[in-house]
Design a protein around this ligand. Structure first.
Ligand SMILES: [Zn+2]
Length: 121
């Protein structure tokens, strides 16, 4: 199957590696891509794991995130700009019949020796 983050790559050569072992992620952009793919695949445990401990959603929020990502249809990811610890992206999805976009400049850092998502800039 194609990777949700990049239709030119196979999932097994791309985000699956991250989903199987978060320690294999070597850059902020790769972590961001793997989080997008986890939203598409409703892999909520990976999403939780890839948050920094200070911003990780609560159990209740986790359920809401899971319900939301299952309710929308993800269309595509566009990475606009990436630095060592930030990634600006657009994530397009369909919700209730209309196209919507998340445009975010995300900040990443390392915790427990692997990349994690800290929050928005
Ligand atoms: Zn991918």
């Amino acid at each position: 199957m194609q990777c949700p983050c990049n239709p030119n790559k196979k999932y097994s050569d791309c985000c699956q590696k991250a989903h199987q072992n978060i320690h294999s992620v070597t850059s902020a952009e790769a972590l961001m891509r793997s989080r997008y793919s986890a939203f598409v695949l409703a892999n909520i445990d990976y999403l939780q794991k890839s948050y920094h401990s200070s911003t990780r959603p609560s159990k209740r929020e986790k359920k809401e995130i899971l319900a939301w990502t299952k309710a929308v249809n993800w269309i595509k990811l566009e990475v606009l700009h990436a630095t060592e610890n930030t990634v600006e992206f657009k994530a397009f999805f369909m919700e209730n019949g209309s196209i919507d976009v998340i445009h975010e400049n995300s900040v990443f850092c390392k915790e427990n020796d692997h990349w994690v998502y800290l929050g928005q800039k």
